[in-house]
Structure formats: structure tokens, C-alpha cells
Design a protein around this ligand. Structure first.
Ligand code: G4P
Length: 291
């Protein structure tokens, strides 16, 4: 399976973003906490090199807390501000305001020296599709926020969402293209559901996920499907046996009592994506440093 994605409007999107960047102080970049590296846009560091940077580890409820901490630390070491959030429940969102002030303290100080007091920090929210941008903006900005409309001197059509006296968000779709540097990254994006399922071979994807889970989270497989460790045979045989066990435990049967592997694959992937397998992080900062 060769996962590919051809961003037709990439150049146009990049140009639009460069224009928008002139208007803001801070980039709020949303990543999926299960794949904080693979869910980042590959060009964002270059595009945003002169801006304050805040990474939101979103969907932190679906990723392992230990690894959330490790990733937060890793990003901090790279010079980003980081907040772990769950945009669905709202957990962690309150913390953002103080971190934004901290991330933009130099700008605030510069303003103060020039006699500009209380000019709000202007931020832009970006992320690849499906990381939770809309959910985040809805819960963070809420219904109470006011759209300030066009301002003189600002490109026509730009809307600002005023959160409070000290923070405004530029209302752009903020949708960026994902990384496609190798098949591992593509697979991880597929595992979390960020690639159109119609172009995926779900049975192959399920086997890849099973391989990862057997290596990293065998206990989860045992508890949920009764897959035992230490099965004999080649890797292919072990994986086939594992899929059979998933089909068996979830009663995925065709007529004539044959196993329905397609159904089992879909159930397994769905169990992962929905968090029913627990909090599972798919990539780790250590391997990133080794890359
Ligand atoms: P996007 O704008 O970046 O494309 O993403 P969007 O907000 O549409 O969110 C994509 C999916 O991720 C949605 O699920 C949303 O509910 C879910 N989501 C967003 N943030 C979080 C989070 O912090 N934790 C968890 N667990 N889920 C989150 P969906 O299945 O497409 O919709 P729905 O069934 O939840 O309504």
C-alpha cells in the first residue's frame, strides 16, 4: 500500500499564509497528541520563523499521559511553548491564556516601551486536517466571542475573533498540508483517520496497526481481544493469527462460519481511533531525534 496525497493548492495556500502571517504575533499550531511529529505541517517552521510559537497537543485524552509529558518536554526543548489540551471536553484550554502572554512577553514589552498598552496579542490557529481545529476554536472562543469585522488597513475579508482584551484570533481556515516524507508518517496519519479511508486498504492497515500494537502495547491486545504474546511462527503468521483472534473475539463471521477479516480489520481500526483501546501514542520523541 502506497499512501500518497497530492496537495493541489499547496503553493496558493502557502502564499495566502505568508500574507496572513504579517498580521499576527503568534502561531497556535494544533497537533494530534498521538502523532505529534507526523501531524505537523512540514513547512510551518520555515513559514513561522519570526513568530512566537505555541503547540497544542490536542486529543491528549487519546494519547498516553507519559508520552504526552515526554512530547511536551521535547517541544519545549525545541523552543516552543506547549499546552496539552482536550478540545472536546475543554480540558487544558484555560491554561492557554497565560501561556500566550508568556510566549509574547517580548512583544508586549516592546509595545509598552512605545506607550502602547493593552494591544491584544494576535494569533493564527493552524493545523493539518482533522487535528481538531474547528473543535478547538468552538470550545476556546465559544459562543460569547465577537467577530470584530474588517479593520482599516487589513486585507479585505480578514475577520478577527476577539476572545478577551488580550487575545484575538485571525479567523482563517488555517488548514495546512500534512507531512509526506515517508510511508511510516503516511501510515500513522491513516491509523488516526486523517487520510480518506476510501483510498486505503483497511485490511493491510489493520495488520500494520496490529504489528505496532504487538510491539508496543501487547497488554492491550490481550485484554481486549485475548491475543497472547509469544505466538510461534513467522511475523506474517503471528499477525494472521492475531487478526483471526480479533475476528473470533468480536464475532466477525461470514456465512459458513468463516472469519470476516474485512469486518475485523474495520472494527480493530475503529476501536483504536475511538479510544476504545485506551490511550495509545503512536510515535515517540526518541525516534524523532534518531531520525
Ligand atoms: P479539523 O477542524 O481540524 O478538521 O477537525 P475537527 O474539529 O473537525 O475534529 C476532528 C475530529 O476530532 C472530530 O471527531 C472531533 O470531535 C474530534 N476531536 C477534536 N478534538 C478532540 C479532542 O481533544 N479529543 C478527542 N477525543 N476528540 C477530538 P468526529 O468523529 O469527526 O466528530 P464527532 O463525532 O466527535 O462530532
Amino acid at each position: 500500500m502506497n499512501i500518497q496525497w497530492y496537495p493541489g493548492h499547496m503553493t496558493k495556500a502557502k502564499r495566502a499564509m505568508q500574507e496572513d502571517l504579517k498580521l499576527i504575533d503568534l502561531i497556535i499550531e494544533i497537533v494530534d497528541a498521538r502523532i505529534p511529529y507526523s501531524s505537523r505541517n512540514p513547512d510551518i517552521d520555515e513559514l513561522g520563523k519570526n513568530k512566537a510559537r505555541l503547540i497544542l497537543l490536542n486529543k491528549s485524552d487519546l494519547a498516553s499521559e507519559t508520552w504526552n509529558e515526554a512530547w511536551a518536554k521535547w517541544f519545549l526543548q525545541q523552543g516552543f511553548y506547549v499546552v496539552k489540551v482536550n478540545s472536546k471536553s475543554g480540558a487544558g484550554l484555560k491554561q492557554i491564556h497565560s501561556v500566550v502572554q508568556e510566549a509574547c512577553k517580548e512583544k508586549i514589552e516592546r509595545d509598552r516601551k512605545r506607550g502602547i498598552i493593552n494591544r491584544p496579542v494576535r494569533a493564527m490557529v493552524v493545523g493539518i486536517p482533522n487535528v481538531g481545529k474547528s473543535t478547538f476554536i468552538n470550545s476556546f472562543a465559544g459562543k460569547a466571542c465577537t467577530k470584530t469585522g474588517n479593520k482599516p488597513g487589513v486585507t479585505k475579508g480578514n475577520q478577527w475573533i476577539r476572545l478577551n482584551k488580550s487575545l484575538e484570533l485571525l479567523d482563517t481556515p488555517g488548514i495546512l498540508w500534512p507531512r509526506f516524507e515517508n510511508q511510516e508518517v503516511g501510515k500513522r496519519l491513516a491509523f488516526i483517520g486523517s487520510i480518506n479511508d476510501e483510498i486505503l486498504n483497511k485490511e493491510e492497515l489493520a495488520l500494520d496497526l496490529l504489528k505496532f500494537m504487538m510491539a508496543q502495547y501487547p497488554q492491550v491486545l490481550k485484554e481486549r481481544y485475548g491475543i497472547l504474546e509469544g505466538s510461534e511462527g513467522t511475523q506474517e503468521q503471528v499477525l494472521a493469527k492475531g487478526m483471526e483472534q480479533i475476528a473470533k473475539s468480536r464475532q466477525c463471521l461470514l456465512k459458513g462460519n468463516e472469519y470476516d477479516y474485512k469486518k475485523a480489520a474495520n472494527l480493530f481500526i475503529d476501536d483504536y481511533r475511538s479510544g476504545r483501546l485506551g490511550r495509545i501514542t503512536l510515535e515517540f520523541p526518541k525516534e524523532k531525534d534518531e531520525a
